[in-house]
Design a protein around this ligand. Structure first.
Ligand SMILES: NC(=O)c1ccc[n+]([C@@H]2O[C@H](COP(=O)([O-])OP(=O)(O)OC[C@H]3O[C@@H](n4cnc5c(N)ncnc54)[C@H](O)[C@@H]3O)[C@@H](O)[C@H]2O)c1
Length: 256
């Protein structure tokens, strides 16, 4: 039995993760925490605990894996708490600064196993591979990364867009990155990155490779958050019992 706890239990992702986890045999939600709604009953009968009670909740519930889908600052604190207790992690929260990422990694190293990914969907993990392959074949084309998300999203560009840029840069060697353009800005050899925000768009990512007389677009569109939630639950089942280290969704998908 894999005993999971969830921070951000009442959020958009948290709500779906609870539903997905309930479908998995051998997985049990044993704690749900949030900064809102303490005492509210979650499916399965457990009650939301206030975020300030994380350490006590993890100890009392004998959690195997903590899944975090919150906000950047909270994610770092939650990861530090779980890592100190040797509890394995799935971290989906995005928008962390490089310093916050470094603090999170430092807390994890040697203490627990963690799957960290800005996108847990199967399709996006294939998209990253295709984009890297195209970048290698179209080295001299102009490259633009365009992402679109709902109007409640806090960070921009999305963690998925940033990971996409990293995949391209890794395929091509270091590249300059330009975030949006305004005023007189002649195009150089940079990767352009653009964030669109509106309505209830779940998450679109397009990479445009534009050359002379043609262009290639590679696009992923999430229709619902269920693809992220089922991936996160799959990662939780995978990481339970893994030895300490930082893993990606590619590691999870490599072992079927
Ligand atoms: N990795 C992925 O596949 C993936 C997919 C979708 C969203 N995300 C990211 O996940 C995060 C959450 O997204 P969302 O759409 O569910 O947001 P949301 O705003 O709907 O939910 C976040 C929840 O976290 C709670 N929260 C805030 N601080 C907390 C704390 N200290 N402890 C516990 N709970 C706390 C909020 O009250 C809220 O209920 C964002 O960073 C988003 O970009 C990642």
């Amino acid at each position: 039995m894999t005993r999971i706890a969830l921070t951000g239990a009442l959020g958009r992702m948290g709500t779906l993760i609870i539903q997905e986890a309930a479908k998995v045999e051998g997985m049990q939600l044993v704690a749900g925490l949030d900064v809102i709604g303490a005492g509210r009953e979650l499916p399965g009968g457990i009650r939301v605990r206030d975020a300030s009670e994380l350490e006590a909740a993890l100890r009392e519930s004998r959690t195997d894996v903590l899944i975090d889908f919150t906000i950047a600052k909270a994610a770092v604190e939650n990861v530090c708490t779980a890592a100190r207790l040797g509890i394995n992690l799935v971290v989906g929260t995005t928008g962390l600064s490089p310093e916050q990422h470094a603090a999170m990694r430092k807390a994890i190293e040697g203490n627990c196993a963690a799957v960290i990914s800005p996108n847990f969907s199967l399709g996006v993990n294939v998209f990253w591979k295709l984009v890297a392959q195209a970048a290698q074949s179209l080295k001299d084309y102009d490259i633009e990364v365009i992402e679109a998300h709902h109007n409640q999203k806090k960070d921009a560009p999305s963690g998925t867009a940033l990971a996409t840029v990293e995949a391209i840069a890794a395929a091509l060697g270091q590249k300059e990155i330009v975030y949006g353009r305004q005023g007189v800005m002649p195009r150089g050899k940079e990767i352009g990155v653009h964030a669109v925000r509106g309505g209830d768009i779940v998450g679109d990512h397009t990479v445009l490779f534009a050359g002379s007389g043609e262009r290639l677009e590679i696009k992923h569109q999430a229709h619902s958050r269920a693809s992220f939630a089922s991936g996160a639950v799959r990662a939780a089942a995978w990481v339970a019992g893994k030895s300490p280290g930082i893993y990606s969704m590619a590691d999870v998908l490599a072992q079927r």
